[in-house]
Design a protein around this ligand. Structure first.
Ligand code: SF4
Ligand code: SF4
Length: 111
């Protein structure tokens, strides 16, 4: 990530959505740390802290809207890898709005 990446001063999506994924990701190439997950169905896990009202992923460090990082970034699960920052359907901006952060346009990193 570059110094201009707005995710580094955001983190809203890590503290807004339930982050669930197929349990096999703890044994996949990602090696998602099992102790940071909890079961949500017979075949799915969620990042701990995200399957509750007022979600916040246990792996999120820092303060949302200020300075944040993911302490398992190389091992984050597929929803985190596939989440489209600055996406067309607005999930990113929806999470940002919940924290009073202004909406982002398309791909501000490349701008
Ligand atoms: S809500 Fe959007 S800008 Fe904020 S960390 Fe997530 S992807 Fe990045
Ligand atoms: S694993 Fe990392 S990227 Fe995924 S929700 Fe948690 S803090 Fe965010």
């Amino acid at each position: 990530m570059s110094g201009g990446n707005p995710c580094l001063t955001c983190g809203a999506c890590c503290a807004f959505f339930r982050v669930s994924f197929y349990w096999g990701e703890i044994h996949s190439e990602f090696q998602v740390p099992e102790d940071l997950t909890e079961p949500v169905s017979p075949s799915r896990l969620a990042m701990r802290g995200t399957n509750q009202p007022g979600p916040r992923c246990v792996a999120l460090e820092g303060e949302v809207g200020d300075c944040v990082s993911c302490r398992i970034y190389p091992n984050r699960p597929s929803p985190c890898r596939e989440f489209e920052a600055f996406d067309a359907d607005g999930a990113c901006n929806r999470a940002r709005a919940a924290y009073g952060l202004p909406p982002l346009g398309n791909n501000p990193v490349a701008a």
